[in-house]
Design a protein. Structure first.
Lengths: 158, 461
């Protein structure tokens, strides 16, 4: 009885943890990141989304070459750049058609962000996918799951 | 005017003031502590804790002064890729502000000294058996202060936001995020909503929150009897500054998101953990669970070893455990700096990955050899049966200097003093580079020696 009442007395203060652990949004205002012609086939650009306070909020927009686009079922894909191993920043290597991490050599598939080599492959989670909205010629970034950044995503892009 | 001895009129006014002050201090907590000023040389091993605290005080002073110019602001320019970073302010402190370089070097080398002294203090007290028989609270609070010290040092070197700091930040937050329960919350508790938040949080933790917690725990950890050995304290401060003068700490490369990372090492007190992480086993297991096992073993030892025996030989199991632990710490710490092959240097990225079977095999092997070796050593050097343990300590005879020797020493020290004055004025004219720190350090060491000579001189009268 005493324990329960003590717990009830303390509970409102535990809610104060929200001060220490900032709440993060799960939806964002779409951001225009590029025009289609800005990204050549088999090319990529880096963009910041949804915030600009941390390099782990940089992402890559890749214009997939036709064979990969066929596999992926779409022409443009975007991933968060934070490697799921130890949070270095990955890049799209157009020569070999892979996403590579410079730190420990993790390799990801550009079609869905699945790790196919290096330490990230042992972790086995997708590179967080940035949802895009294509409106005519304009490419917008719409959403990314912030909890997956630097950790990986278990389901992959839909 | 005739006065009787012992009357207050007779007394030196300075002495009167000191008496007045000490009577008033009786009302404060300060007099609850008993300070011993040793009259002759005593082994510093016995008061490593107080030396650690002295270095903590030195860190507080130098850190407070560094705060006047340090700026924990991080802003990324999304168009040009340029970064406004605390690195810029540290660079200003280091390169353009008078005494800035000296202060930064004191702060950096003192942080290393504090970790080293704290670890040495812990192992010395461990082997002396001073964790049981009513020392339990001192021991447990000591372990807590030790962990806080390492985290404090970790948050400190991240605050530069150079490439090395960024590696440590990335590993730290990857570990926080890999927590099985409440991982996202643990991550945001540490990192807020991004690097800018993280640096601010680390700054608050480093300059206020953790030092305050440390001071509070220290109030419990302080024993009633303290040894304030001015010569040794002065020598330790001097050595820190001499090392700072001879090996000035570098700024490292500024962290810029677009630049290649290359190979960087954490500070030496974290390379052990880094080696475990490099084996590629689960991050949370490598970076949190295994280090925690080590800490927990040390935390529970006073509750397992309840015998009244204190000497290393009378409790061979715990002594052997300590030696094994020390061996494993040494091995993993060295391996953190080395390639996959322990015997070659780390110069390319593929060598970063350590083979977990060889690594953990070697760690277990070293532990076992150290453990068995301790027992073998005790067996080989066991006193003959029936011999009574001798408790008499080796006493070195006090060397009594003649008054001529005494004069010669003081005169030559004064001569050195004049030389240092000349050197320091030279350093002043040359614009205060690290020579200054070297000289302050040598000066402090000389001061320590002088005080030591004074006390043995006064003793031998």
């Amino acid at each position: 009885m005493g324990g329960v009442s003590a717990l009830l007395a303390v509970a409102p203060f535990a809610a104060g943890g929200q001060y220490l652990i900032p709440q993060i949004p799960t939806t964002f205002k779409p951001v225009l990141i590029a025009k289609k012609e800005d990204v050549p086939v088999n090319g990529s650009i880096v963009f910041w989304f949804p915030f600009t306070t941390d390099p782990t909020y940089t992402n890559i927009l890749i214009h997939l070459p036709p064979d990969l686009a066929k596999q992926a079922g779409k022409e443009f894909v975007a991933y968060n750049r934070t490697c799921i191993h130890l949070q270095c920043l990955v890049s799209f290597l157009s020569g070999s058609g892979i996403i590579g991490c410079p730190c420990h050599g993790s390799i990801y598939r550009p079609t869905d962000g699945w790790p196919i080599g290096g330490p990230a492959a042992e972790i086995g989670r997708y590179l967080p996918n940035v949802q895009l909205k294509i409106d005519g010629d304009d490419i917008y970034a719409v959403n990314v799951n912030l909890d997956d950044i630097g950790y990986g995503n278990t389901t992959g892009p839909e | 005017m005739a006065t009787q001895p012992g009357q207050s009129k007779d007394k030196d006014p300075v002495q009167l003031l000191l008496d007045w002050l000490s009577q008033r201090l009786e009302r404060t907590i300060f007099m609850g502590l008993k300070f011993t000023l040793p009259k002759r040389f005593v082994s510093p091993l016995g008061f490593l804790g107080f030396l650690t605290f002295s270095v903590f005080a030195l860190l507080g002073i130098s850190g407070a002064l560094l705060m006047l110019y340090y700026s924990p602001i991080v802003i990324f320019n999304t168009v040009t890729g340029a970064v406004t970073s605390p690195y810029d302010s540290v660079s200003t402190i280091n390169n353009s502000i008078a005494f800035g370089q000296a202060l930064r070097n004191i702060h950096y080398h003192a942080s290393n000294a504090m970790v080293l002294l704290a670890v040495a203090h812990m192992f010395y007290q461990y082997f002396s058996g001073r964790y049981k028989l009513r020392y339990e609270v001192l021991w447990v609070t000591g372990i807590i202060i030790g962990i806080l010290t390492i985290i404090e040092a970790y948050t400190g070197y991240d605050l530069l936001l150079n490439v090395r700091g960024m590696l440590a930040i990335n590993i730290g937050r990857a570990l926080a995020r890999s927590t099985p329960i409440m991982g996202p919350e643990a991550f945001r508790l540490m990192a807020g909503t991004g690097l800018a938040d993280l640096i601010l949080r680390f700054y608050a933790i480093h300059v206020f929150i953790f030092p305050m917690i440390m001071i509070l725990v220290m109030m419990v950890h302080f024993p009633r009897y303290l040894v304030l050995d001015i010569p040794v304290v002065s020598m330790v401060a001097g050595i820190i500054m001499v090392i700072g003068g001879l090996f000035p700490v570098e700024l490292g490369a500024k962290f810029i998101p677009t630049a290649e990372a290359g190979i960087t090492m954490p500070e030496w007190y974290l390379t052990g953990m880094y080696a475990i992480i490099r084996t590629g086993i689960d991050k949370f297991l490598a970076g949190v669970v295994i280090p925690m096992i080590f800490v927990v073993v040390f935390l529970v030892i006073p509750f397992l070893d309840t015998s009244k025996k204190l000497s290393v030989r009378d409790r061979p199991f715990y002594t052997a455990m300590g030696v094994a632990g020390l061996g494993q710490v040494a091995l993993t710490t060295v391996w953190g700096f080395r390639a996959n092959d322990l015997f070659s240097g780390l110069d390319s990225i593929p060598q970063l990955e350590i083979n977990p079977y060889i690594f953990f095999g070697a760690v277990i092997f070293v532990g076992a050899v150290a453990y068995a070796g301790t027992y073998a050593w005790f067996k080989a050097t066991a006193p003959p049966p029936g011999a009574r343990p001798s408790h008499a300590r080796k006493q070195f005879p006090i060397y009594k200097m003649t008054s001529n020797e005494w004069r010669a020493v003081v005169i030559s020290l004064l001569g050195f003093q004049i030389l240092f004055d000349i050197y320091s004025s030279q350093a002043f004219l040359q614009g205060f580079k690290n020579v200054l720190l070297l000289q302050i350090g040598v000066g402090l060491i000389a001061f320590g020696i002088l005080v030591h000579l004074y006390r043995i001189g006064a003793d031998s009268k």
